[in-house]
Design a protein around this ligand. Structure first.
Ligand code: ATP
Length: 472
């Protein structure tokens, strides 16, 4: 689709999904704020991930570790040394900095080699040099070397240093996993592409501790599981792929790794990494802390450093993926009228678990107090149980479209028949099908519709029984 990125950015701002940070001050590079709908959707993503990890899998527990940690953690993890540095080149005239690997990729994409001059102004570039991505801060009132600390660059280190605490307090046995969602910070050289690469972002990571001999089996298992997660939430198969990371490009801690990539409007890019980290983390933290973090197997009497298989995804990147994948434009309008219209209607076909608003309650017109009163009653009735929105402004068609644009699943109209029969029309976002439902049964019908497997289908027996069987 032409200009998809600018359309997504504009919809995000217009409808309260994502705003630029500090916008009234001209913005703050690469930082974004999630608006009223954005925060709901982001929480939905996190909830679905959390539930999938903790409820659907056995032996996974949660953790919420602090962002600030002992700087020794980052020495042990390799983040303060060569391990966590990108190579950058700088333009000698405009002083813009670029990641050397990105410049190389740009050259390759154009069928040549890496450009030797600045892609922005044509100026001369410096030789490549290493640039550490850790964000530094000071802890305590004195800004001195001893007070230097770091905003965590990845959430998983909080998991490794708590390995023993979690193991003992929960009386776990290997294999088991620890899941965590939280903020991470990286001083990225070239943050770009909206919320794809930012300096502050959220990760959802699960670290699976297992016997070294089983690591390959679990690695393959988790790759499948994570692909399944994206597909179950509606991401189109054709837009997902797995990229195996060649040995020489693997991060310093990994024995094997793949990226799950998504086809963004700007090309195929990573959305999640899955790695077999071997015993790198636990053995290094043992070495640096002096604590023996080996696991003792009571049955086999074996003592060993468990291997770790990690699934490391970004909340913001998945948010972006779900928006892009759900975005559709229907030229000429969705409703078939006799006159062709020039209108382009937007339909955000978000999965029902992710949609920020599930139900809209709409009085047919707003200048009839009895309709407004009834609609508000229905709204109050549903609000505690379903993410609902009351909307009375504009024609009913316009209100349906406003709902479609933000992915509202079910819109219900309170009309004159409602006053007579105490029932409402429910319209489904995706097919625009409608059913008539008794107000008394409304909560039950919505509960069924929002349940995991059920799709809206006016021929569905269940819906028929629950509704008044007066289908349109
Ligand atoms: P990239 O190659 O894009 O810099 P990475 O390989 O360094 O990513 P990981 O360290 O594997 O990324 O981080 C795991 C996940 O965290 C990524 O797949 C992504 O979803 C998310 N992530 C990492 N860096 C950023 C960032 N700067 N902005 C937003 N999300 C990020």
């Amino acid at each position: 689709m032409k200009n998809l990125m600018s359309k997504i950015i504009s919809l995000s701002k217009r409808r309260g999904f994502i705003f630029q940070s500090s916008e009234i001050y001209g913005g703050f590079s690469s930082c974004y704020d999630f608006g009223p709908l954005g925060v709901k959707m982001k929480n939905n993503i996190k909830e679905v991930w959390w539930d999938d990890m903790i409820k659907n899998h056995e032996n996974i527990v949660g953790l919420d570790a602090a962002i600030l940690m002992s700087p020794r953690v980052w020495e042990a993890s390799g983040h303060l040394t060569a391990g966590f540095a990108d190579t950058l080149v700088e333009c000698k005239s405009c002083h813009k900095r670029f990641r050397a690997d990105e410049i190389k990729k740009q050259g390759k994409d154009r069928g040549g080699t890496a450009p030797k001059v600045c892609p922005e102004c044509g100026g001369e570039l410096t030789k490549p040099r290493k640039f550490n991505l850790m964000m530094r801060t000071f802890v305590g009132p004195v800004e001195e070397k001893a007070a230097v600390s770091y905003l965590r660059a990845e959430t998983c280190q909080g998991i490794y240093v708590n390995f023993e605490n979690v193991l003992n307090s929960m009386r776990l046995k290997i294999p088991f996993g620890i899941a965590q969602i939280g903020k991470a910070f990286r001083n990225e050289i070239t943050p770009k592409d909206f919320i794809y690469r930012t300096r502050e972002f959220e990760q959802m990571e699960m670290q699976w501790f297992c016997h070294p001999k089983k690591a390959t089996k679990y690695f393959n298992f988790w790759v499948k599981e994570r692909i399944r997660w994206y597909q179950n939430l509606g991401i189109k198969k054709k837009n997902l792929r797995i990229k195996e990371i060649p040995k020489k490009e693997l991060p310093h801690y990994a024995k094997k790794g793949i990226d799950i990539e998504y086809k963004f409007p700007f090309g195929w890019r990573e959305i999640e990494g899955i790695h077999n980290r071997g015993d790198f983390d636990l053995s290094n933290h043992s070495k640096y802390s002096g604590k023996d973090l080996r696991y003792f197997d009571e049955e086999t009497k074996e003592k060993y450093f468990p291997y770790i298989v990690e699934t490391s995804g970004g909340v913001d990147r998945s948010f972006f993926v779900f928006l892009v994948d759900a975005y559709q434009e229907i030229k000429g309008g969705r409703t078939k009228t006799t006159k062709p219209t020039k209108e382009v209607e937007i339909l955000l076909k978000l999965h029902k678990k992710l949609a920020p608003i599930k139900v809209a309650i709409l009085p047919l017109v707003r200048n009839k107090p009895e309709l407004v009163k009834k609609a508000k009653e229905v709204y109050q009735m549903l609000k505690p149980y379903f993410r609902s929105q009351y909307d009375e402004l504009g024609s009913i068609g316009r209100r349906y479209r406003r709902g479609d644009e933000i992915g509202v699943l079910y819109a219900m109209t309170i009309d004159f028949d409602t006053l007579k029969n105490d029932d409402v029309t429910i319209r489904w976002r995706d097919s625009m099908e409608q059913i008539r439902v008794d107000i008394k049964k409304l909560s039950e019908v919505l509960k069924q519709l929002l349940a995991d497997e059920i799709e809206f289908n006016k021929d569905d027996k269940l819906i028929k029984t629950l509704s008044k069987q007066t289908l349109f």
